[in-house]
Write a protein that binds this ligand. Structure first.
Ligand SMILES: Cc1cc2nc3c(=O)[nH]c(=O)nc-3n(C[C@H](O)[C@H](O)[C@H](O)COP(=O)(O)O)c2cc1C
Length: 463
C-alpha cells in the first residue's frame, strides 16, 4: 500500500455544529488570524500534506444552527496567502467556484500564491450555484448544472493555458546584454469558448508547480466526470468503505477513458475523527458534542426562522415510526420505546451507542436528543483512540477505498491537536504516513509530477 494523503479541512470554529460551544474552543471569527496560525503550526509539526479551505459565497441567519462555521470567515485565497508566509512545508488549498469566479483573476491570484509559497498552493474548483450566491453576483437566473459544468471544463482548460503563458526560461534578465524577456517564450492564451473567453498571456510567471494541483469536490454524475477528466484530486462524500471503493474504481475508469493515466487521479474522503485517550473518553467527547446541539423543542415557543426543520422530535417520530407527543429532548429512550421503533430507530440507537457509549436500558441511556442529532447531523465520524482511528484509516486504504483523507475536527484547537499528536504518529508507526516531508511542493506531497509547459512540449516535438 502506498502512503496515505492526509490534509486538514479547516473550519476555525469547529466542524461539528456545537463544536464552538465546548469549553476552550475557538469561537470568534474576528480572532481567526491567531486560530489559522495555530492550526497551521499544529498541522505542519505533524507533517500533514495540506490545509484545505472550503467556501460558500453567501451568509445568513439560517446558518447559525446548521453550519455555524459558514456564518463569518476569512475568504480562502486570503487565508492561504496569509498562511504561505507563516509556513514553509505544508500545502495550502483554497476553494473557488467556476460559476462566479473570473478565470484571469483566479489564474493570476493562484499563480501568485504558488510563487509566494514556493510551490505549495492548490485549488479546489467547484461548480455549484445557489440563489444566495446568484444574488451576491448579480445573476438573475440560476444556471442549469450542465451549463455550469461546461463552463467549469472551459475554466479549467483556460487556467492551465494561462499558467503556461511563460515558459520556465522566458525571463532572461540578462543585465549584460539588456535582454529581459525572450518574447518567443511568452504565449497568448487565445481561448474562445462558449462560456469563457480570455486573450492572455497571464501577467505572472509560471507557477513553481507548473500547474497548481486541482481538486474537485462534488457528488453528481457531471461532478464525477469533471473530477475524472480535469482534476488531480477528487474529494468525495461516501457513506462507507464499500461504496468508497466502488466510487474510486468508477472515477479511475472514467479518468482512463478520458485518455489520462488513471493513477494520477487521487481520491480523498472527508472524515471527522473524535479522538480520546480511551474509547470511553472519546465517546464522552462525542456525547458532549451531541448534547450541545439544539433541537426545535429547546425553544419555548418556536425555533428561530431558518432553524433546520429536521432537527426536531416531530421529525424523529416520523423517522422511527412512533408518536413522541409529550416527550422532551432530554428524556431517556426506554427499552419499551425502542422495541416499538422501526428498524431505522433501532439502527440509530446502535449508532448512538457506538459513538457515545449510551445504551438503551443501561444506567446511561441515550435521550431523544441523541437520536435526533445522530439522524440529522451528517458527519462521517470515527470515535475512538488514536490507535483505533489510525487502524480504521489503514483499513480504508488497504481496501483500495481511498488514497487519503480530508480530516475535519469537531472543535479547534483541541480535537485537531489530538488528531495531529495522537493519530498521526500512530499512522507513522503503521508505516502508512511519512515521518518527514519528502518533497517541497504540494505536488510532491500528493505524489504528482510537475506537468510540462504545453508550449515547451510542442517546441520539443517541432525541433
Ligand atoms: C466533501 C465535499 C466538500 C465540498 N465542499 C464544497 C465547498 O466548500 N464549496 C462549494 O461550493 N461546494 C463544495 N462541494 C460541492 C457541492 O457539494 C456540490 O457538489 C456543488 O454545489 C455542485 O452540485 P451539483 O453538481 O449537484 O450542481 C463539496 C462537495 C463535497 C462532496
Amino acid at each position: 500500500m502506498s502512503r496515505l494523503i492526509i490534509g486538514a479541512m479547516v473550519r476555525t470554529v469547529g466542524a461539528y455544529p456545537s463544536g464552538w460551544r465546548v469549553d476552550g474552543a475557538h469561537r470568534d471569527p474576528r480572532d481567526d488570524a491567531a486560530a489559522l496560525r495555530r492550526t497551521a503550526e499544529i498541522a505542519e509539526a505533524a507533517r500533514l500534506d495540506y490545509l484545505f479551505f472550503g467556501d460558500w459565497l453567501a451568509t445568513g441567519p439560517e446558518l447559525e444552527h446548521r453550519e455555524p462555521h459558514l456564518v463569518a470567515r476569512i475568504d480562502p485565497l486570503s487565508a492561504i496567502t496569509y498562511l504561505s508566509a507563516l509556513t514553509s512545508r505544508i500545502g495550502l488549498i483554497a476553494t473557488a467556484n467556476t460559476t462566479y469566479a473570473d478565470p484571469y483573476a483566479l489564474a493570476r491570484a493562484t499563480a501568485s500564491i504558488d510563487l509566494l509559497s514556493g510551490g505549495r498552493a492548490g485549488l479546489n474548483l467547484v461548480a455549484g450555484a445557489d440563489p444566495e450566491s446568484d444574488a451576491n453576483h448579480g445573476r438573475d437566473v440560476r444556471e442549469p448544472a450542465d451549463t455550469r459544468y461546461d463552463r467549469a471544463a472551459e475554466f479549467e482548460t483556460v487556467l492551465r493555458r494561462l499558467w503556461d503563458s511563460f515558459e520556465d526560461d522566458a525571463i532572461v534578465a540578462d543585465a549584460e546584454t539588456g535582454r529581459y524577456l525572450d518574447p518567443r517564450k511568452l504565449h497568448p492564451t487565445r481561448f474562445q469558448g462558449a462560456h469563457v473567453r480570455v486573450a492572455g498571456p497571464l501577467n505572472v510567471a509560471r507557477p513553481v508547480q507548473g500547474h497548481l494541483p486541482i481538486v474537485h469536490s462534488g457528488t453528481s454524475p457531471r461532478a464525477r466526470l469533471f473530477a475524472a477528466r480535469s482534476a488531480d484530486v477528487a474529494l468525495v462524500a461516501v457513506p462507507g468503505i464499500g461504496r468508497a471503493a466502488e466510487l474510486r474504481e468508477e472515477l479511475r475508469a472514467l479518468a482512463f477513458e478520458s485518455g489520462r493515466d488513471d493513477r494520477t487521479l487521487k481520491v480523498v474522503a472527508p472524515v471527522l475523527p473524535v479522538v480520546g485517550e480511551t474509547r470511553e473518553h472519546a465517546q464522552s467527547i462525542a456525547d458532549r458534542l451531541t448534547e450541545l446541539v439544539t433541537v426545535a423543542e429547546d425553544w419555548p415557543d418556536a425555533p428561530p426562522p431558518g432553524f433546520p426543520s429536521e432537527r426536531s422530535l416531530a421529525h424523529l417520530a416520523g423517522l422511527v415510526g412512533i408518536g413522541l407527543e409529550g416527550f422532551r429532548p432530554d428524556d431517556p429512550v426506554s427499552p419499551g420505546l425502542l422495541a416499538a421503533c422501526s428498524p431505522l430507530g433501532v439502527e440509530l440507537a446502535a449508532l448512538v451507542a457506538e459513538r457515545t457509549g449510551r445504551v438503551v436500558g443501561s444506567d446511561a441511556p441515550p435521550t431523544f436528543r441523541h437520536l435526533v442529532v445522530t439522524a440529522t447531523v451528517h458527519a462521517s465520524m470515527i470515535v475512538g483512540t488514536s490507535e483505533e482511528i489510525a487502524a480504521e484509516f489503514a483499513a480504508w486504504a488497504d481496501a483500495g477505498a481511498v488514497d487519503g483523507f480530508n480530516v475535519l475536527s469537531a472543535t479547534q484547537p483541541d480535537q485537531f491537536a489530538a488528531f495531529a499528536t495522537g493519530v498521526v504518529p500512530e499512522l507513522q508507526r503503521l508505516g502508512v504516513f511519512p515521518r518527514e516531508y519528502e518533497g517541497s511542493t504540494l505536488r510532491d506531497h500528493l505524489g504528482l509530477e510537475r506537468p510540462a509547459n504545453v508550449h515547451s512540449a510542442s517546441r520539443l516535438l517541432v525541433e
